[in-house]
Design a protein around this ligand. Structure first.
Ligand code: ATP
Length: 589
């Protein structure tokens, strides 16, 4: 098929914002597409050349594309640069530059969709020495025979910004309407959710019809779209819907789908990108935890502070995008644990249609707990009191709340429903300001921190009772020099037992007289049953804790311990921040 026919449809699709109209235009395009081009057209429409999980990306640098444009059109750099400033869309720059080009091709055969696709594929696959030059040559070749309108889409593809605005589910609609009936749409969607590959769904539909979709199964090394959760505000409502349910800790990290065979391990993100290279420690952990069989397990990867054993902010993981050596370093400094919560495939068997209880049993049989991977903590109950206590435990462990799962629920790939319900802590608020806390104790360091302190125990001042009450363990934000100087620095403040004006449930390795004040930045304030600050003020049986505290580097020598942030101030900050958080709900990742 001529590429110009695809471009005709794309221009119309781009011009509409109505989903129905978009679907109709797509149906028209799919109907006109010969079978051998169908898969290619579907991927191009998604702005890709392969399904996401294969990790074959185009995304050429804008600078490089501009160089090709100068070369292919004979226009000078300054003119291309001006166009870029004016339009802000390299596709439009290409369209105009090609229209104004100096050197017209002697004879040009019209571009076919197959040629465009194959060239783009070749560009994406080029790597290693001299690959830049080869990419440039391939793109120049394509642009050399492109019309201005075609050039627009070719360039948008190579920079990874198609701007068609077609959602995957619109393509699902269009495929169902083209090759089946409206009533078959759920089957088409299911095939997509299981395979994550719209090209394959299109190919099967075109060659075998809708019945052929039953042969699309869960397969190792091809990620399945994630099952998602609804949200309810109270535990009572959850039990009303589910009856007896499995409550799991809801870990705050990065969702990981691990595909494991004795010879190969691949990890995929919630968005189905291949993230194997980012988590060498999970790969190692899986290799020894799941030895002899194939499996697909899903879990949440959470960075853990090796010194305090506490969970670290998820951001510590999201930075793992650098070079291999950098990733290796991060994996040692902030190693993650994968808390596995589902098992979707065991040996050759697809478990997605099995009830939760069976999948959980399979998970526990497959995963042998280690530092790197362990099954999520779970409790089956229908008792609200027990659930509340479990929720407190989850918070204390550094989790966000609970995930309730219906005992008989199947794994509904790509679906969001009340089979899984998230119950997040209502008791936390973002913390935008720094606070000043008093050092009242320290925990001995391990590993790299042996010989110094792993974390300091920090307290806020209760100015009513004239007592220092704990609010967090502080282990991050210290440079090496400061860290190793800590024992010396606190020598004079060491005490053998808890000083009189200190209120703490935690027992540090050494106590300090409350004296030194440090400036701390925390991510949020949350209730906690282990810290004594503002005990019982917000919830019975719980105090206030600072989550993810980090030393700013500022020693508040200008402040005495009684000048530190007070418990009352923290309660007020909590109230203020909570109001704001409610106004602007946290954006989803
Ligand atoms: P969503 O994933 O529902 O679109 P979101 O990205 O904002 O929303 P959350 O609202 O925090 O995420 O909740 C869902 C996520 O919680 C899951 O996608 C998963 O990554 C994570 N999670 C943590 N613990 C569990 C668990 N035990 N079972 C299932 N998911 C869990």
């Amino acid at each position: 098929m001529k590429f110009s026919e695809v471009v005709d449809a794309y221009e119309k699709i781009e011009a509409t914002t109505k989903r129905l109209e978009m679907t109709e235009l797509l149906v028209g395009l799919l109907r006109r597409t010969p079978r051998e081009d169908l898969e290619k057209v579907v991927y191009l429409t998604q702005g890709r050349i392969h399904p996401d999980y294969e990790g074959i990306e185009l995304g050429l640098a804008e600078k490089m594309v501009m160089r090709v444009l100068t070369h292919a059109t004979g226009l000078d750099d300054a003119r291309i640069g001006r166009l870029w400033k004016e339009k802000g869309d390299l596709g439009l720059v290409a369209q105009e530059a090609i229209a104004a080009r100096r050197q017209r091709p002697l004879e040009s055969t019209p571009l076919t969709t197959a040629k465009v696709y194959e060239h783009l594929d070749a560009i994406a696959r080029e790597s290693g020495e001299g690959s830049q030059e080869r990419k440039i040559r391939l793109l120049s070749d394509l642009l050399g025979s492109a019309t201005p309108r075609e050039a627009k889409y070719v360039v948008r593809m190579v920079v990874g910004q198609m701007r068609l605005g077609v959602a995957d589910m619109t393509i699902v609609d269009a495929l169902a309407a083209t090759f089946a009936t409206k009533a078959d749409r759920p089957r088409v969607e299911r095939a997509y959710n299981v395979s994550s590959d719209l090209g394959e769904v299109a190919r099967v539909l075109a060659s075998k019809g809708v019945d052929g979709l039953k042969d699309i199964h869960l397969k190792l090394f091809r990620p399945i779209r994630a099952m998602l959760a609804e949200r309810l505000e109270t535990l009572e409502e959850i039990f009303e819907r589910m009856g007896k349910a499995a409550l799991e800790y809801k870990y705050d990290g990065l969702r990981v789908q691990a595909h494991v065979s004795p010879k190969r391990i691949e990890l995929f993100s919630r968005h189905l990108e291949n993230i194997t290279g980012q988590f060498p420690e999970i790969v190692d952990g899986l290799r020894s935890a799941i030895k002899d069989r194939a499996a697909i397990v899903e879990g949440e990867a959470v960075p853990v502070d090796p010194n305090t054993g506490e969970f670290l902010p998820f951001q510590e993981v999201s930075r793992r995008r650098g070079r291999k050596t950098e990733v290796e370093r991060m994996s040692k400094e902030f190693p993650v644990t994968l808390f596995a919560f589902d098992c979707l495939l065991r040996s050759e068997e697809d478990l997605t249609a099995r009830p939760y209880t069976e999948r959980r049993k399979a998970l526990e049989g497959v995963v042998h707990a280690s530092d790197e991977i362990r099954p999520s903590t779970v409790r089956v109950t229908d008792d609200v009191k027990q659930a509340e206590a479990f929720f407190d435990e989850a918070l204390q462990a550094g989790c966000e709340g609970l995930m309730a799962k219906a005992l008989d629920s199947t794994y509904d790939a790509g679906g969001r429903g009340y089979q899984w319900i998230k119950f997040k802590k209502e008791y936390s608020a973002a913390l935008s300001d720094t606070i000043d806390l008093v050092v009242i104790g320290a925990f001995a360091g391990r590993g790299k921190r042996a010989g110094t302190y792993g974390a300091l125990l920090m307290a806020a001042y209760d100015d009513v009772a004239d007592v220092f009450r704990t609010t967090c363990k502080l282990g991050t934000g210290f440079d090496d020099e400061t860290l190793y100087a800590l024992p010396d620095r606190f020598k004079g403040e060491r005490r053998d037992r808890r000083p009189a004006r200190v209120d703490s449930k935690l027992e540090p390795d050494v106590w300090f007289e409350p004296k030194t004040v440090l400036e701390v930045r925390g991510a949020e304030i949350t209730v906690s049953p282990i810290h004594t600050c503002a005990w019982g003020v917000l919830r019975p049986g719980a105090g206030l804790a600072i989550r993810f505290p980090r030393f700013t580097g500022r020693w508040r020598d200008d402040k005495g311990p009684e000048d530190a942030t007070t418990a009352k101030e923290l309660v007020e900050m909590y109230g203020r921040q909570l109001k704001q958080t409610k106004k602007e709900p946290a954006s989803s990742r």
